[in-house]
Write a protein that binds this ligand. Structure first.
Ligand SMILES: NCc1[nH]cc(CCC(=O)O)c1CC(=O)O
Length: 319
């Protein structure tokens, strides 16, 4: 019996989603005869130590994964569960993304203290979000709101809402759902109004490239549809050279088999929408394209946005 060491950040969300993945993998092991057991090892990352400063100013690329990747290369751990949206676009030599399990709800949601929906929030209501992507799209919908940064894990953000520090906050529905807190959601924002972050709602399972035993199990856990849509979104983001701290959103969907418009036999059509906005929401650029190859599609949507002026918005933010 081999013990698979699973590295995890210490936040409630990280530990919860790691536990849920382990439960899924244990079921797959039993079904397919893998002799693995799993043990969690907690790891503190740089991102966890500096959560109180403004991450968007530090330039948060990979801030939550570096220590975890080092532990994996050193053999202290064998795998780690990441939120896809926090996973860097390039993994270090020797590590791979071994599985992208089925995505859950990709949407952002609004949680208000008074129970009003977005349209019912009073003028000047204080809404907490530290995501430039969310504040850009929220300001475009409701320019009269007082949008303010909010830091910390999901649990501490919800506490700041309850204590009256904010009238509303925006969070990813996926994080709340994984914590079992979906009853806190006041309103789900449709992707047309608030395009999610690249990979939102999806996870990635990182492991060593040479660990063929574990990779066989992870292959069974991979969801091909999710992997395709996330690949298109991530290619889009990397062409625009964005991390998670830029006002960039993207969301891809896969048509059901047989209704692929213009796709060849056996091919399925992917539709990708991408957006780049100014932090104040005064300009929101959006493009939608359909295709069959996720990489090409990601590039086409990125190039269409660059043609519309996305680069000048992004270069201003890079300073
Ligand atoms: N930015 C932090 C983060 N990274 C992943 C999630 C949960 C959602 C997901 O798995 O996509 C969250 C919380 C949030 O954005 O509200």
């Amino acid at each position: 019996m081999r013990t698979i060491m699973v590295g995890s950040r210490q936040s409630a969300l990280a530990l919860t989603q790691t536990g849920q993945v382990i439960a899924d993998l244990e079921r797959l092991c039993a079904e397919h005869g893998f002799a693995f057991k799993f043990e969690v090892k907690k790891i503190v990352t740089k991102g966890d130590r500096i959560l109180d400063v403004t991450l968007s100013k530090v330039g948060g690329k990979g801030l939550f994964v570096k220590e975890i990747e080092q532990a994996m290369l050193d053999g202290e751990i064998d795998m780690a569960v990441h939120s896809m949206k926090d996973m860097p676009s390039e993994l270090p030599d020797g590590l791979i993304n071994g599985a992208v399990p089925r995505r859950i709800d990709p949407r952002d949601c609004l949680i208000t203290r008074g129970g009003q929906r977005l349209a019912g929030l009073p003028q000047g209501a204080k809404v907490g979000t530290s995501s430039l992507r969310r504040s850009s799209q929220l300001a475009a919908l409701r320019p009269d709101l007082d949008i303010q940064p909010v830091r910390g894990n999901i649990d501490s953000r919800l506490k700041k809402l309850e204590s009256g520090e904010y009238d509303a906050i925006l969070l990813a529905a996926a994080g709340l759902t994984r914590m079992g807190w979906q009853d806190r959601v006041t309103e789900y924002l449709p992707p047309q109004d608030c395009l999610p972050a690249v990979g939102q709602g999806a996870l990635g399972i990182e492991c060593r490239e040479e660990d063929s035993e574990l990779r066989k199990l992870l292959l069974l856990y991979n969801d091909e549809d999710t992997a395709l849509t996330v690949a298109a979104e991530r290619r889009f983001l990397s062409v625009l050279n964005g991390g998670c701290q830029v006002p960039i959103g993207a969301f891809a969907t896969l048509a059901a088999e047989g209704i692929a418009s213009g796709a060849g036999e056996g091919e399925r059509s992917l539709t990708l929408t991408g957006m780049v906005g100014t932090p104040d929401g005064a300009r929101i650029l959006k493009e939608t394209r359909t295709g069959t190859d996720p990489v090409t599609l990601g590039e086409q949507v990125a190039e269409a946005l660059i043609a519309k002026g996305a680069e000048s918005i992004l270069s201003q933010l890079r300073g």
